[in-house]
Write a protein that binds this ligand. Structure first.
Ligand code: ADP
Ligand code: MG
Length: 657
């Protein structure tokens, strides 16, 4: 009760301060206890006055031997004299409203601040003061002052005083939420000690220990909540089971022009297990670009069709939806599986007719964009939904795709490796399968970092490869000149390149502001080899598949996340020739060079994603913000995998009880 009660009832706070605190989202005692400093400032040990040097911060403990109120030009100030037996100095505050009644001659304050010269003495201006009982300091060691997130009305020091009130009132009531779990060792501090130490650590190392303990609790709570949500879903949602017997399995495999890899088979075993249940499958399939997710999706789709159910396959863009359709179509040549592509550009009448046929159950597989799940599309025997998100995660839309009376099984695929910590939290209500092996005969994309302005080195390489009949993507981060960003626009660049560096080659242009038809035509021309080079903004990033494209040049590479760059370079290297990715930073600084350098050293998507998470935080990882995950106060998904794993084990035990 006390923890949750409004902060204004706390002794010494009242309505005005409560309003100020509300701006920091501090509404209750608990919020104030958990308003942690973002760092601790050093005050350094107290020193004798005679060694003070001007223009340096310092701390002294000394007796206040004189104190005068001054008034000049409407301003109040307080001027005092400090003596510690070695020497004396001045102490001065301007507008000392708060201090006026507290200072008395004879006190021994601990004073910390900048030391300024005057004509006569050194002086402290507006220093911080702490009152001690006497000259005996006890702890003359370094002091760690909490520095709090603050506002215009509430300074960090002011907040520190309010937090002290909160600690006095609330800390004794803080308890551990659950006894420690023997299988899940948590940091040894108690929750109570950890909260105390976050504000006032005995030494700096204690802050990290305390943070870990509180992060553990935060992650434990999250895991328990996710576990409850999953078990709730398991008990309420019903799906039509899709059994896969030996005959169906053999028939599906016979459709594929290759033998599935061990990694694909492992994932298929997960899917077959899920599909057989009356609880809807809810699985995330991760696999690098080109790892063979589509074949796995096809397997699941054909299993559903064999069970006389319909399948919806969705992609984030029309280009991708078409591409999926054609891939499926190829695999299904000569089969009786009825499939259709539903994208924009149909006339109203044609669209209505197509929707009627879908609603009538005349198609087994319907491929489209997310528009598929819009309300006017009825898929009566919908048994399985496959979503290819490539680099996005659109799980939020899932709730809309209910079949009649039962839930479809749900498979979402992504080519962006999701770091373990995010998979366990943001995507925690999905089961995860990973294809961690490429089909035979793949070579990683060779990646080179070009110096900014290194065009001399760059274009001859590109020309040489184009002259061999291979194709290239040339990527820019922006569509048009913009005042904020000085990236050369793809539009301007395509003209310039066609006239200069790539003169004699056929250069096309693809950007996000083009109409879907135009995009489709350009993509088709590139895929058919009627263009040598495609200047593009990141619209190409989502899963476009042209095996003859062997080269990708990425301008202003530092503006992209590492995972996104990895995704982009996955556009090449799908064919027989050694693929090349040339990263051209727009600025030359050691940080972006170091960051980009990782890509030249590894093609391990997970490693790259972990690094991205560490550098940019989970909010930047595509889509994870949309998931309504509460903001974590202390846990760090870039660093706390070990804690998260322990908390997850612990949560399972709690839920089992
Ligand atoms: P993803 O969807 O994961 O990017 P795809 O399913 O499009 O990958 O597969 C990429 C390429 O690899 C396709 O040309 C596909 O035919 C081929 N492929 C997939 N699985 C295998 C396999 N087991 N053996 C050989 N080639 C495969
Ligand atoms: Mg794919």
């Amino acid at each position: 009760m006390l923890f949750r009660s409004p902060i204004r009832f706390l002794k010494g706070i009242g309505p005005t301060r409560a309003q100020w605190l509300a701006k920091l989202n501090i509404l209750s005692l608990e919020d104030l206890l958990e308003h942690f400093p973002f760092r601790h400032g050093h005050q350094g040990p107290a020193v004798p006055i005679h060694i003070l040097t001007p223009n340096q911060p310092a701390t002294v403990i000394a007796r206040l031997t004189d104190l005068q109120r001054r008034r000049g030009r409407g301003k109040h100030s307080l001027l005092g004299m400090l003596e510690d037996g070695t020497d004396c100095c001045l102490i001065r505050w301007f507008n000392p409203r708060f201090l006026a009644n507290k200072l008395q001659i004879g006190q021994w304050p601990r004073v910390h601040g900048q030391v300024m010269p005057t004509d006569t003495f050194l002086q402290f201006i507006n220093p911080r003061v702490e009152w001690l009982d006497g000259p005996d300091t006890g702890d003359d060691a370094q002091r760690f002052e909490p520095v709090y997130p603050a506002t215009a009305e509430l300074t960090s020091r002011h907040i520190a005083r309010l937090v002290k009130i909160a600690l006095e009132a609330g800390l004794p009531l803080v308890e551990d939420w659950a006894p420690a779990d023997p299988d899940a060792p948590r940091p040894t501090l108690s929750r109570q000690a950890a909260i105390q130490a976050m504000h006032h650590p005995d030494d700096p190392n204690q802050v990290e220990q305390a943070r870990q303990r509180l992060a553990y609790d935060e992650l434990l709570l999250l895991q328990v909540a996710l576990g409850l949500r999953r078990s709730h879903a398991a008990h309420t949602a019903r799906a039509i089971p899709i059994p896969v017997g030996e005959k169906v399995d053999a028939r599906i495999r016979a459709r594929l022009p290759f033998v599935l890899t061990a990694a694909q088979n492992k994932v298929i075993a997960h899917l077959v297990g899920d599909l057989a249940r009356t609880r809807p499958m809810n699985r995330l399939l991760q696999g690098d670009v080109g790892s063979g997710k589509t074949a796995v999706a096809l397997y699941a789709a054909l299993a559903a069709v064999a069970a006389k159910l319909q399948v919806a396959i969705m992609a984030p863009t029309e280009i991708l939806a078409r591409q999926h359709f054609h891939k499926f179509d190829d695999y299904l040549k000569g089969s009786r599986v009825r499939r259709t592509l539903l994208v924009g550009g149909l006339g109203d009448a044609a669209r209505t007719a197509q929707l009627a046929r879908i609603a009538d159950g005349q198609f087994d597989i319907v491929v489209g964009t997310h528009a598929l799940i819009q309300h006017d599309v009825q898929i009566p025997r919908l048994g399985l939904v496959i979503v290819d998100e490539q680099h996005r995660f659109g799980v939020a839309q899932r709730a809309d795709i209910r079949g009649k009376g039962s839930w479809p099984h749900y498979l979402v695929m992504t080519a962006t490796p999701i770091p373990r910590t995010l998979a366990m939290t943001v995507f925690g209500d999905l089961d995860v399968s990973i294809i961690d092996q490429a089909p035979p005969g793949r070579h990683p994309v060779e990646t080179r970092l070009i110096r900014p302005g290194g065009d001399q080195a760059l274009w001859p390489i590109v020309r040489q490869r184009l002259a061999l009949g291979q194709q290239a993507y040339i990527v820019y981060p922006l569509v048009e000149q913009s005042e904020e960003l000085d990236a050369p626009a793809a539009i301007d660049e395509s003209r310039r390149l066609a006239a200069t560096e790539l003169a004699g080659f056929r250069v096309g242009l693809l950007h996000g502001k083009m109409k879907p038809d135009e995009k489709h035509l350009t993509m088709a021309a590139f895929a058919a080899g009627r263009l040598d080079a495609l200047v593009a903004t990141t619209v190409i990033e989502v899963g476009v598949d042209v095996p003859n494209a062997t080269t990708i040049v990425i301008h202003h590479a530092e503006r992209f996340g590492l995972a996104q760059l990895h995704q982009l370079r996955g556009r090449v290297g799908r064919g027989r020739h050694q693929a090349l990715c040339l990263l051209v930073p727009g600025v030359d600084n050691p940080e972006s060079r170091d960051r980009l350098d990782l890509l030249t050293r590894t093609s391990d998507g997970f490693l790259i994603a972990e690094e991205d998470l560490r550098l940019r935080g989970p909010g930047q990882i595509a889509g994870s913000r949309q998931h309504g995950l509460p903001e974590l106060k202390v846990a760090d998904l870039g660093a706390d995998l070990g804690l998260l794993e322990a908390a997850q084990r612990h949560s399972r035990r709690i839920l089992a009880h």
